[in-house]
Design a protein. Structure first.
Ligand code: MN3
Length: 248
């Protein structure tokens, strides 16, 4: 162990984060010669929480496998590669990185935005599917009625927004700490978390999400997607948002 490494190794994570904030504010955040084996490759691909064919016939198993095992995996690999030289940034966690996106070192900012965004968006995406569609209930249904005009109006506006994304991007329903819902579209892998928001649910309108089955028919994919939602998982995200425990 070199003399340079030793002081950082004894720092508690919380102390390290506090010092990172100070460094970032001073514009001094750089790749540092710090040995942090546990955090060197911090992000991992979460397994699909159901079988690849669970969303058939609306989303085919081959699309699910390619999308998860190849596309999402690549975001995780590339994020870890980019963060290897920026352990202090990695230590912020995804939510922390997005919150400070504009302050991150230029050398890693684009990777966090694109690869980190891809990791965050897809991690959310898998968990809200695998269900049988239908309708939400309870507090979430009441919030959708109140803020978005009810489920049919939400679906119509959401699908229209998804069709309107030029090229690649996402459509999200965001949720505030107070439980207020809103619709927003984002290009590429951008996430509302970078704006200080939280994602209740979202759909991926990159062609890789639907091309094998739907080819150019994005509207059909958007319409079919509602049939695979797991509203109990979305309701759990709603509750977590109001409890302040929802991250990405
Ligand atoms: Mn995707």
């Amino acid at each position: 162990m070199s003399a340079k490494e030793k002081p950082m190794l004894v720092l508690h994570r919380r102390v390290l984060l506090a010092s990172v904030t100070g460094l970032a504010a001073a514009g001094l955040l750089r790749a540092a010669p710090v040995a942090m084996a546990a955090d060197a490759v911090p992000f991992t691909l979460p397994p699909l929480p159901y079988a690849a064919d669970a969303n058939e016939p609306h989303i085919d198993a081959q699309t699910m496998l390619l999308h998860h095992d190849k596309h999402h995996a690549a975001y995780v690999t590339n994020l870890n590669k980019a963060l290897a030289e920026y352990p202090q940034v990695a230590a912020l966690g995804l939510t922390g990185m997005f919150a400070k996106l504009g302050e991150l070192p230029e050398g890693v900012r684009t990777a966090v935005r694109n690869q980190g965004g891809g990791h965050a968006n897809h991690s959310m995406f898998w968990t809200i599917m695998g269900g049988k569609g239908g309708s939400p209930s309870g507090d979430l249904a009441a919030a959708i009625d109140r803020d978005l005009g009810g489920l049919p109006a939400l679906q119509a506006a959401f699908n229209k927004m998804g069709l309107g994304v030029f090229g690649s991007g996402w459509v999200f329903v965001t949720v505030s700490r107070e439980g207020k819902l809103a619709l927003v579209a984002k290009p590429n892998q951008d996430t509302p978390v970078s704006d200080g928001g939280r994602v209740l649910m979202g759909n991926d309108v990159w062609e890789h999400a639907y091309y094998l089955k739907y080819q150019n028919r994005r509207a059909d994919y958007l319409a079919a997607w509602w049939n695979v939602l797991d509203w109990s998982r979305i309701a759990a995200r709603y509750d977590a948002a109001k409890a302040g425990t929802l991250d990405v």
